[in-house]
Design a protein around this ligand. Structure first.
Ligand SMILES: *Cc1c(COP(=O)(O)O)cnc(C)c1O
Length: 354
């Protein structure tokens, strides 16, 4: 079976973890600090704050911006549920705006109609590693004085005209085991705003300023040095990993011919966390056939967030046709850096036979 994702960990990661074990410093320590410095340099922001997960990163970013009960946050219905759940955690209300048909990302042309006097922020997602239309989104945010939170969980290294995602607004990354680089579990917040960075550091550590003196309510969202040690090595491999993902994606696009393949907007770098096609006809049958042929697939996501039971029970009745159709048609094919030429040819052969 060709897996849909595969963490690529070599002897360098093993060695890095052994060194941390030998050091005796297992919780947050010097490796976390080093990982944060390198991460900020990669994204091009003044600060990066390491946390325990991508979900925690989103939640903390919203809290650090003062978002809470009574506020509305505009977001996409077509993402992993953490994107919207992080808004619920703060007591604010997610307001869903439909997506663009080609990019699967939030449609900026529909955002203005969703803005109310309660709107505080736009939380967008760079889905599958494909940058959202930040030029349009930042223009709307400036005009209406809205905060911008970028869910970059799937998009580390993605860029628009040379500017990395996570540096437009407040960036939130995930280092979960299946992401483009991983630490097992983990997350990162990126920002150019010193005050937001400081608030995130406090939220991560029970609102502590000086040891055992707590100024504000906080949590335990820390990353461990074990994870950071893996992350430092993974970060050094990001560029070759991404280049392999891009090469795999271009090969698939060149050779697949009966499905709708992903597009890359001019001037952007899509980092292909997922290579997602649309199939007209019976998607679930196509998934079954590919599985039987030994090709791992993923459906990200089979049900849009506003249709999930937890949201229906909260009273959401939105009809968002583009997201709902995407949920019926998408299949993600393996595109990860561990694929061989034989794997790629097999994927092409089987998908072209659907
Ligand atoms: C993975 C993911 C998250 C959550 O990250 P965790 O590290 O699993 O908490 C959030 N948003 C998107 C789009 C993701 O893919």
């Amino acid at each position: 079976m060709i897996p849909i994702s595969k963490p690529l960990l070599g002897p360098e990661e093993h060695q890095a973890v052994i060194e941390v074990l030998a050091s005796g410093q297992l919780a947050q320590g010097p490796r976390v600090a080093e990982f944060e410095r390198r991460f900020a340099a990669l994204v091009g922001t003044k600060a990066a704050i390491a946390v325990s997960s991508g979900t925690a990163a989103l939640w903390m970013a919203l809290l650090a911006h003062g978002i809470g009960p009574g506020d509305e946050v505009i977001t996409t219905p077509f993402s992993f549920i953490a994107s919207a759940n992080s808004i619920l955690f703060t007591g604010a209300k997610p307001v869903f705006v439909d997506i663009e048909e080609t990019s699967f990302n939030i449609n900026p042309m529909l955002i203005e109609a969703a803005i109310t006097p309660r709107t505080k922020a736009i939380l967008l997602v760079h889905l599958y590693g494909n940058p959202a239309d930040m030029e349009a989104i930042m223009a709307i945010a400036r005009e209406y004085g809205l905060l911008v939170i970028e869910d970059c969980a799937q998009a580390i290294g993605a860029e628009i005209n040379g500017k990395k995602v996570g540096s437009f607004g407040t960036g939130c990354f995930s280092l979960y085991a299946t992401k483009n680089i991983c630490t097992g579990e983990g997350g990162m917040i990126t920002t150019n705003n010193d005050e937001i960075a400081e608030r995130c550091r406090k939220l991560r550590q029970h609102g502590m300023s000086v040891r055992y003196y707590h100024d504000s309510l906080g949590y335990n969202f820390r990353m461990t040095d074990l994870q950071a040690a893996i992350g430092i090595v993974q970060l050094s491999k990001l560029e070759p990993f991404t280049q392999k993902r891009e090469a795999n994606a271009y090969y698939l696009t060149e050779h697949l011919h009966n499905v709708i393949t992903p597009t890359v907007r001019p001037g952007t770098r899509h980092v292909f966390h997922q290579y997602t096609i649309r199939v007209k006809g019976d998607r679930d049958e196509a998934v079954k056939m590919l599985t039987e042929a030994g090709i791992g697939t993923g459906v990200f996501y089979p049900l849009p967030i506003h249709k999930q039971k937890v949201y229906v029970e909260l009273g959401y009745t939105d009809h968002l046709p583009v997201a709902e159709q995407a949920a019926r048609e998408v299949i993600s094919l393996p595109v990860h850096p561990a694929l061989s030429q034989a794997d790629l040819d097999k994927i092409v052969r089987e998908v072209n036979q659907l």
